[in-house]
Write a protein that binds this ligand. Sequence first.
Ligand SMILES: Nc1ncnc2c1ncn2[C@@H]1O[C@H](COP(=O)(O)OP(=O)(O)O)[C@@H](O)[C@H]1O
Ligand SMILES: Nc1ccn([C@@H]2O[C@H](COP(=O)(O)O)[C@@H](O)[C@H]2O)c(=O)n1
Length: 202
Amino acid sequence: MLIIGIAGGTGCGKTTVVNQIINEFPNEEVGVISQDSYYNDLSHLTYEERSQINFDHPRAIDFDLLVSHLKSLKEGLPIHQPVYSFVKHNRTEDTILSHPRKVMIVEGILIMTQPEIRELFDIKIFVHADSDERLIRRLKRDINERGRDLEEVLNRYQHTLKPMHDQFIEPTKEFADIIIPNNKYNTVAVDIVRTIINDKIG
Ligand SMILES: Nc1ncnc2c1ncn2[C@@H]1O[C@H](COP(=O)(O)OP(=O)(O)O)[C@@H](O)[C@H]1O
Ligand SMILES: Nc1ccn([C@@H]2O[C@H](COP(=O)(O)O)[C@@H](O)[C@H]2O)c(=O)n1
């Protein structure tokens, strides 16, 4: 199994790049794991308490579960991937049964902060977009798709997202084998990653 890690700040385009990479491969060859599925279960808190959580700090993620799932997949075992709701700020009661594939792509803002996870990656990719571009994309996406308003996004950006990005996410760029510039859509970089995957599953 080839495991590819794709990190980068919120709104840099990780999910978009992953979708562009996988859309020409058969489903049974390439699988995707999103770090967002592994936000801690916060069912013991009220919605108001959950909305105050700093979701950009590594402690917000259940990395133990993510590591154990990646190890299971590597051993050829299926996993029950949690399903996350950005609207409820919590995991849902659903899970998705995910089977091991020849290529597994793991994407998320904080995945490269964990040495144990970095060691599992055969290829480490960091997607870069400037912070003003990322904020604009995040505003549009969170208002249109994640049930947020302007004030919520800007407040989170100023108080947690930006400081956590500078402290935890940006420094992980140094671990990357490949940095994809993504201020504009980058079809060349996507083609290069596809070629690497084709070599593996060819
Ligand atoms: N290169 C790009 N140029 C313009 N918009 C983009 C680009 N890449 C992604 N987007 C848009 O920005 C938003 C955030 O992208 P997304 O892939 O969800 O980022 P991430 O997963 O890194 O948070 C989405 O609405 C997406 O359509
Ligand atoms: N309940 C939550 C959980 C997370 N976030 C934000 O999501 C961002 C990470 O996801 P991307 O798809 O953008 O990589 C992160 O910056 C968290 O602030 C949230 O808003 N609400």
